[in-house]
Design a binder for this molecule. Structure first.
Ligand code: PYC
Length: 317
């Protein structure tokens, strides 16, 4: 324990379409860095034990996405946010941004209707609509590789696309493997096999970026959805929500395939049956994803760090 380590950290928990977010609102020591990317690096170098302490066991679990609220880096923004999870840091997080927006509103932080937030992936926006609904404006998606064939041990050839939506995704479909919640362990196993095959085959995003999310698509269960997904997050957790960055990547891919026009609604069902609705808008020569979902506050707590607790910084993976 260093002198800078806190004895308590104040957090607000929420879930967005079933996927949890834990926003750190006070108690975190000073984070240095002029840009959000510099700050993320600072956190990884100096505060990684605090990341673990907030989201991993015994205080958390592997599905929780943490969000550290910081001062903004861009003029006109209301806050900066670095998202993190049980294994590291994210560029952006769509469900997390909806949780951040609801949390900030519940704490009276920033304007009550429209928030501009700096993240390592870029500046994003959130608009609060009614009691729970939030619309976010994400960073533009980027389709990097189309119809890539990879060989996956015990699965054979798998065809998919490498797409950025704020994080890097491999988007694919696995025939004969229904996307049903009761089969989530099997889907997790398949997604892990694919992610390992991508890493072993040296398949990356732009500039060697690791592809840490795998997204399966299939027919929807809900009559009001266009498609259903299962998304493997960077560790071994799957997304309970339809995944905001994954849905952004999907919108970009559908557009690249000529299957989605700007302005057209697309409704993405998650493996748990929850829903995001989204669309792309053409703005300044870029395609911008807009996504809507609902976030609800579930707790407001003080995490305590007892110096005599051997697990006060959580478990290291
Ligand atoms: O909603 O973008 C998202 C997300 C990423 C990881 C978990 N959720």
């Amino acid at each position: 324990m260093s002198l800078a380590d806190p004895r308590a950290i104040e957090v607000v928990d929420s879930h967005t379409e079933g996927e949890p977010t834990r926003v750190v609102v006070a108690g975190w020591p000073k984070v240095e860095g002029e840009t959000m990317i510099d700050r993320r690096e600072f956190l990884a170098r100096h505060h990684d034990h605090l990341r673990r302490s907030v989201v991993t066991e015994p205080r958390g679990h592997d599905a929780i996405v943490g969000a550290l609220l910081l001062p903004p880096v861009e003029p006109g923004s209301h806050a900066g946010v670095v998202f993190f999870n049980d294994v590291g840091y994210l560029g952006m997080c769509g469900h997390g941004l909806m949780g951040v927006a609801r949390t900030m509103a519940s704490m009276g932080m920033g304007p009550s209707d429209h928030l501009t937030i700096d993240t390592p992936a870029g500046t994003v926006h959130a608009r609060l609509l009614g009691e729970a609904e939030v619309e976010i404006r994400n960073v533009p998606p980027l389709v990097h590789r189309r119809d890539l064939v990879i060989e996956v041990p015990s699965l054979g050839s798998v065809v998919g696309d490498v797409v950025y939506g704020g994080n890097w995704f491999f988007l694919t479909q696995i025939p004969n493997e229904p996307l049903v919640y009761a089969r989530r362990d099997r889907l997790l196993e398949l997604a892990l096999l694919i992610r390992n095959a991508l890493a072993e085959g040296g398949v990356t995003g732009v500039e060697g970026a690791i592809i840490d999310h795998v997204e399966f698509s299939g027919p929807p269960t809900r009559p009001d959805a266009d498609s259903k997904n299962f998304v493997l997050c960077p560790g071994r957790a799957y997304d309970r929500s339809p995944c905001g960055t994954g849905t952004s990547a999907k919108l970009g891919l559908l557009h690249a395939k000529g299957l989605l026009e700007p302005g057209e609604q697309y409704r993405q069902e998650s493996i748990t049956g929850s829903l995001f609705s989204g669309r792309l808008e053409e703005e300044g020569g870029l395609l911008i994803p807009y996504l809507r979902g609902s976030a609800h506050i579930t707790a407001h707590s003080n995490l305590r760090f007892d110096p005599s607790d051997p697990y006060r910084w959580g478990f290291s993976v």
